[in-house]
Design a protein around this ligand. Sequence first.
Ligand SMILES: [Zn+2]
Length: 276
Amino acid sequence: MPELPEVEVTRQSFADRIAGAQVQSVRLGAPLRWPLGCPPRRLIGCRVGQTQRRGKYLWLPLHRDGRPAGGLLMHLGMSGSLAFGPVATPAGKHDHFDLVTTHGLLRLTDPRRFGAVLWSSALDAAPAAPLLARLGAEPFDVTLTGERFHAALRRRGTSIKSALLAGDIVVGAGNIYACEALFDAGIDPRTRCARVSRARAQRLLASVRATLARALALGGSTLRDFRDAHGTDGSFQAHARVYGREGEPCVRCGHAVRRIVQGQRATYFCGSCQKR
Ligand SMILES: [Zn+2]
């Protein structure tokens, strides 16, 4: 599943190239998670602004005659990928959205079709605003301090792993990154949120940031891999220290890495290094 680092690397791959381009045509494939929400012709003639990311959503602002004209909120869902390139390539079976512009073609390929391209009159208006309102802070948001993170955790009745996955305190810690960050911070994934001390919360936040920064740095290869093998976690997994390593020796202490299921998701951890 494309996670925040893959979405950010995707954004970086085309944001500058598509900026300023004028929309020439739109092609819709099979239905995605939601309908587009406007007649495709409304997009024609609009110019694309600077693509932004919030959580795993991308926002392509549109302008007409220099004035804001809504935008497209995009999500890669379970198996989506966005590519920007020459217009000439014909659409394949899994290509469900094409934005043909004067700078090239932005194409969403999504075999499982949980992805979305949604028109919204503004980022702070429906339907974009209510979707984004559920998201926690961006991981590198400097206003998200260890203290604020700790205070938010204190109000949770769940395990620390579930709180990270929920993404409503901080976004970006998807399954693989949550497992890796908890290992890095030495925290047992089953620990109740309310029991995490301020010092450990601070350390966990630093670990979430370090894990995501590492994934972003590996982004190019991750992106290539996750495009090649839709629905997998990409090459970051090859660098993971606990994720996907059940039974292998912990890189820190040599104990076997354990696998349990929490909230229907696989959790990998070291029962020796990671404490409750
Ligand atoms: Zn260990």
